[in-house]
Design a protein around this ligand. Sequence first.
Ligand code: SAM
Length: 157
Amino acid sequence: MSTTLGAPAPDQAAYMLRAAASAAGRGYKQELLDLLDVQPGQTVLDVGCGPGTDLPTLAERVGGRGTVDRAKIDRVLRHVTDPAVVLEQLRLATRRGARIGLAEPDWDTLVVDAEDLGTSRAFTRYTTSEVVRHATIGRSLARCAERAGFVTVICSG
Ligand SMILES: C[S@@+](CC[C@H](N)C(=O)[O-])C[C@H]1O[C@@H](n2cnc3c(N)ncnc32)[C@H](O)[C@@H]1O
């Protein structure tokens, strides 16, 4: 069985569904989906959709059929080998003027409460250097998107 820091790894799909159902998860997802401004008839791409958490909402907003006018990547770029390549491919896959939404935490801001500060900081250091591949992609999303040829309209968080 795979482990995380010695503990059994949780079921990934169940974890993603639970995180999305939390108050924080619902809040940022609602903001992200609203910013996408999905219209009936459009086609929406959800890159790395996991268990498909957001697909029912997107399907409801899209209704029928369309071209790729909207796309979102929610907490996936931190995993991939090269986020720049993924964004470049996304630009090629979407129509000119398409709206995209990117969401990533910045793991350098992870703070846990431990009795001694050294342990707390070591945990953050370990997570950012050993656990998460692109731990600081969150702060760079606008820059990465612009480098791939997108125009940044709104930066939030
Ligand atoms: C934190 S989950 C987010 C899932 C979904 N976007 C959501 O908001 O519920 C990360 C997702 O990234 C996907 N993923 C990880 N590495 C990937 C890769 N190299 N290419 C495509 N997807 C990847 C995983 O399969 C997983 O579904």
